[in-house]
Design a protein around this ligand. Structure first.
Ligand SMILES: Cc1ncc(COP(=O)(O)O)c(C=O)c1O
Length: 398
């Protein structure tokens, strides 16, 4: 099918939740590049919204998936699954967590985390401790509980009454958080770098204060690593950048390299809150999805991709900061590793994104003023250089 035919079919049959999409459909991917229906080649600097950490058609991931498809796709968790156990082992060995539960998406992983926090206190004989505090401008997903957790009214308005038990405080305002805590607070849930609202890292001091408050008041700290996890911020998990240990953290996006999978990971004592029958899933952690996760860990190790995220991410940020000196319309460059945001003082992000698209780059725009960059973790400095040259030209001609 050509693009026009796909667009017509989509508009007739697909629910219009995504609005006017970028008019392109990709049919092939290789490394940093995507190819559309017309054979045009694009450099992917968004990685399917921070998912395709290995780039496209990565040999390790492809091989693992082919082998798994040839042997077994699904059995359900009524039976033991080797890949599931092995992937849980990988996550635990590389993190501060002790036990893992697999879901199918980020939102579902967050649902699991919230349920785990609640049941942990319920089983400790403190069922009143059931409320969760999150931050304004956070994004935690689209299920009903996650919409309630998300601190952005635009996602909540049509879905009232919201799931009860969630409240929101401004980011980096410790007094506001302290005042919001009550005897009913079970958990504080944070994105250490707020992704969907424009790549906004939390302040180190604030995060440490939150950790201390959680300890003092017997509150669980949940870190949503769905976007920041799996190498995106230059460490395997973003909490490492802050030198902290969450009680529960969630991941998804890059964990499967493009195959849907999510995970909740928790300290042993907290994880013990889930006993047989307390939580479940049909698909979560099935042989195919967990084969993908194992291949992602293998490629990370073989190709030192977390280190690459730190090195090339740092280089990318430096280059963007140089541009900032040259073009005052760039007012801030934010982010960690390969999770970067370029903030403009004028509402030009979508224009710049469109001009980048004309030059065959895929980048994101958050609102009108933030350009978002989250490339595959395989990106090399040469690609950064080429992008900076093209972005310079765009800004010169604006
Ligand atoms: C921080 C964070 N949490 C949760 C989600 C929801 O993940 P999913 O879309 O896989 O449900 C996202 C997605 O963008 C996210 O960035």
């Amino acid at each position: 099918m050509n693009l026009q035919q796909i667009m017509e079919l989509d508009s007739q049959y697909y629910m219009n939740t995504f609005g006017k999409r970028t008019p392109v459909a990709f049919v092939k991917g290789e490394g940093m590049y995507l190819y559309d229906t017309e054979g045009e080649k694009y450099t992917d600097l968004l990685a399917g919204i921070a998912v395709s950490a290995l780039g496209h058609s990565h040999k390790t991931l492809k091989k693992a998936l082919h082998e798994q498809v040839d042997s077994l796709l699904h059995t359900s968790s009524l039976y033991y699954i080797e890949n599931q156990a092995k992937l849980a082992e990988q996550i635990v060995k590389h993190s501060v967590g002790d036990k893992v539960f697999f879901a199918n998406s980020g939102a579902e992983a967050n649902e699991g985390a919230v349920k785990l926090a609640k049941i942990y206190f319920y089983k400790k004989g403190q069922p009143e401790k059931s409320e969760i505090i999150t931050l304004e401008n956070s994004f935690h997903g689209r299920t009903l509980a996650c919409v309630a957790a998300t601190g952005q009214p635009k996602y909540q308005k049509p879905y009232k009454p919201l799931t009860p038990g969630f409240s929101h405080v401004p980011a980096n305002d410790f007094d506001a958080l302290k005042n919001a805590v009550t005897d009913k607070t079970a958990a504080i849930m944070l994105e250490l770098v707020q992704g969907e609202s424009g790549v906004r890292p939390l302040e180190q001091e604030y995060v440490q204060q939150v950790v201390d408050l959680c300890k003092e008041k017997d509150i669980l700290l949940i870190v949503d690593e769905i976007q920041t996890g799996m190498g995106r911020t230059g460490k395997l998990f973003c909490y490492e950048n802050f030198g902290i240990e969450p009680d529960i953290f969630t991941m998804a996006k890059a964990l499967g390299g493009g195959v849907p999978i999510g995970a909740v990971c928790a300290k042993a004592e907290v994880a013990a809150g889930f006993e047989p029958g307390d939580h479940g899933t049909t698909f979560g952690g099935n042989p195919l999805a967990t084969a993908a996760g194992l291949a992602v860990f293998k490629a990370f190790e073989e190709e030192k991709l977390v280190e690459n995220s730190a090195t090339v991410g740092g280089y990318f940020k430096e280059k963007l900061e140089e541009l900032m000196k040259k073009f005052p319309v760039i007012c801030q460059v934010r982010g960690l590793g390969l999770m970067l945001g370029v903030a403009f003082s004028e509402p030009i992000a979508k224009i710049v994104q469109g001009k980048l698209f004309d030059k065959k780059y895929l980048a994101g725009a958050v609102g009108d003023s933030i350009l978002r960059i989250a490339p595959p973790l395989i990106i090399q400095k040469e690609t950064v250089d080429a992008f900076i040259t093209d972005l310079t030209e765009i800004l010169e001609n604006l």
